[in-house]
Ligand binder design. Structure first.
Ligand SMILES: NC(=O)c1ccc[n+]([C@@H]2O[C@H](COP(=O)([O-])OP(=O)(O)OC[C@H]3O[C@@H](n4cnc5c(N)ncnc54)[C@H](O)[C@@H]3O)[C@@H](O)[C@H]2O)c1
Length: 265
């Protein structure tokens, strides 16, 4: 994939950082962004500006160029500025990995407006705004492209204490399938990965542990079938890189679980 350029959101740490490094290793220059700050209703710390700078260094250590921005994926103007700077600096944009996401916990009828708005705002509206910012540059490049939206097993089944998260992730699949139809004539493919529990600060937070302890049914439905506790970020990155590559040139509108069999339960 030498010569192509990717944008990865939520790349300060966790899966986003892993995807940025894996795409760099596959030959792409990469633009990365992250909120790099807290959100009022998200009960665990989010990425930092220092971590985002480390990601830039790790991409550059793969011999690729990297541009970065501290931004909120709910901010369409900031995304448009980053896309313009990416095209000006790296020459084009072929690939978007819409990865930024957050979670909070509570029964559906007890969630606050602020909890709902932040989770749906980042995980669904932020994904749409990321696509809206990237697609015109991809169309202008005229050589097709790939979008991968990072959803979750929560995009394919209901989960107690996470209704807002599940609703947003289900919504991402509707967005991806619709975009896949709209962009197919331009050879731009749109797919989703659906990770199970992943070993990142989101996946291992004490609040996630507490939610599972409080709800044995939730714990059961989040348990892998394969004999592992969690999926590693690199396992999700392998699927992301494949979906972005020409090896998947006839794959669009798909939802690929990387969940160690969690969905089997
Ligand atoms: N960890 C899991 O168990 C798991 C499972 C399935 C799906 N996912 C999804 O995978 C994706 C990556 O999560 P992760 O596990 O790496 O979590 P993480 O919390 O380690 O990383 C998420 C990154 O996104 C950033 N971010 C959050 N809100 C943002 C915003 N509004 N704008 C820009 N950046 C923002 C955070 O600062 C952080 O650096 C998310 O979409 C998440 O919903 C995670």
């Amino acid at each position: 994939m030498e010569g192509r350029v990717a944008l990865v959101t939520g790349a300060a740490r966790g899966q986003g950082r892993s995807h940025a490094i894996a795409l760099a290793r596959a030959g792409l220059d990469v633009a990365v962004c992250d909120l790099a700050g807290p959100l009022a209703t998200v009960p665990y710390p989010l990425g930092t500006a220092e971590e985002l700078a480390e990601t830039v260094g790790l991409v550059e250590a793969e011999g690729r160029r990297c541009v970065s921005a501290v931004l909120d994926v709910r901010d369409g103007a900031a995304l448009a500025e980053l896309v313009a700077r990416t095209v000006a600096t790296l020459g084009r944009l072929d690939t978007l990995v819409a990865n930024a996401g957050v979670i909070s916990y509570g029964a559906a009828w007890e969630l606050s407006d602020a909890q709902w708005d932040e989770v749906v705002g980042v995980n669904l509206t932020g994904v749409w705004r990321s696509c809206r910012a990237a697609v015109p540059a991809m169309l202008a490049g005229g050589e097709g492209g790939a979008i991968v939206i990072v959803t979750s097993t929560a995009a394919l089944k209901g989960l107690g204490r996470m209704a807002h998260y599940a609703a947003a992730k289900h919504g991402c699949i509707g967005l991806a399938r619709s975009l896949a139809l709209e962009l197919a004539p331009h050879r731009i493919r749109v797919n989703c990965v659906a990770p199970g529990g992943v070993r990142t600060p989101m996946g291992t937070s004490t609040q996630m542990q507490e939610a599972m302890e409080a709800d044995p049914d939730l714990a059961r439905t989040l348990t892998a079938a394969l004999p592992v506790d969690l999926v590693e970020p690199a396992d999700v990155s392998a699927a992301v890189v494949w979906l972005c590559s020409d090896a998947a040139r006839h794959v669009t509108g798909a939802v690929l679980p990387v969940d160690a069999g969690t969905l089997l339960r």
